[in-house]
Design a protein around this ligand. Structure first.
Ligand SMILES: [Zn+2]
Length: 306
């Protein structure tokens, strides 16, 4: 074969090969653009009507949103806070879904099983006399929010039976504890209607006042907030109020603070809420009174009863 003819044949062969490759590639692209298997929108789990997680909006990845109850076994080193973060929930949701944790969220043991619901709210047992209306009022939601939630499996107009378990989507419950007395004639009032769980003694220059987690804490005396900070080592928020005469009150183990540095707070004004203590003896306020930097025994400055 002459050299020119051989070159032409080779070019034809290369051209054919290129065309085959191009066609094959186009075929692959065409196939991969087709909805197949789990890629199909109709087959994606959680996208069927009625299975959408409550509060989910279009654009969220429904395939990863939970639509069922989860029974989580606490591991050593877990806290209610770490579990809440893992499930993108808050501590209150876990507390309100697990009655043994309502009063003390620190009471969590390895191996303990806790119920995790798919969204913020509560998981409750229906008591005799409960209706959707009553439950809704108690938890600050609308009756239809509970009645139509898929996991509750209630037919329209159906009332839940006593003993039934219901998810209360976005339910929130306030802790109601009467405020302490005005303490007329005393320089300091009780910051909370709590009970003394630890006295003032050597090594503990404070008084611990036990009260339910989330209960409100009030200023024992009017003054200006000079410090408000979260402590990373398990003491929660610490608020310091300066009374202007060299004395200061320390409120610690708070869940959150209601006053900020520079703000004035009246006696009986809100300082924060009872929070975690990092131990299992129960939530409390660690309350100190210092005069010119020296700790005083608060029980000697407070009225005998809160
Ligand atoms: Zn203490």
């Amino acid at each position: 074969m002459p050299a020119a003819k051989r070159r032409a044949a080779l070019l034809r062969l290369v051209g054919s090969l290129a065309l085959i490759l191009l066609l094959a590639r186009a075929q692959t692209q065409f196939v991969s653009a087709m909805p197949i298997g789990p890629e199909s929108p109709d087959l994606q789990p959680g996208r069927q009507h009625g299975m959408l997680p409550e509060g989910a909006s279009a654009g969220e990845d429904f395939s990863t949103a939970r639509t069922t109850l989860t029974l989580y076994e606490a591991q050593s080193g877990d806290t209610l806070w770490s579990i809440a973060a893992q499930f993108d929930l808050d501590v209150d949701t876990l507390r309100w879904s697990n009655p043994e944790l309502v009063h003390n969220p620190d009471y969590l043991q390895p191996g303990q099983q806790i119920i995790v619901i798919p969204l913020r709210g509560a998981y409750v047992t229906v008591e005799p006399g409960d209706t959707l209306e009553r439950l809704a009022e108690r938890w600050g939601v609308a009756p239809a929010d509970i009645g139509s939630y898929p996991l509750n499996r209630l037919r329209p107009g159906e009332e839940p039976a006593p003993g039934a378990k219901l998810v209360i989507p976005h339910g929130v419950r306030e802790v109601v504890l009467a405020p302490p007395g005005p303490a007329a004639g005393y320089t300091y009032a009780w910051p909370i209607r709590g009970y003394v769980t630890q006295n003032y003694r050597s090594g503990h220059h404070a008084v611990d006042l036990g009260a339910p987690y989330g209960a409100k804490v009030y200023a024992a005396r009017a003054g200006r907030c000079i410090f408000q900070q979260w402590s990373a080592v398990g003491y929660g928020y610490l608020v310091i109020v300066d009374h202007g005469d060299g004395s200061q009150a320390y409120y610690s183990h708070l869940k959150g603070a209601w006053v900020h540095p520079g703000e004035w707070v009246e006696r009986g004004g809100l300082v924060g809420e009872v929070g975690s203590t990092g131990n299992s003896t129960g939530p409390h306020v660690h309350f100190e009174i210092r005069v010119r930097g020296v700790n005083q025994n608060p029980l000697q400055l407070l009225p005998p009863k809160p």
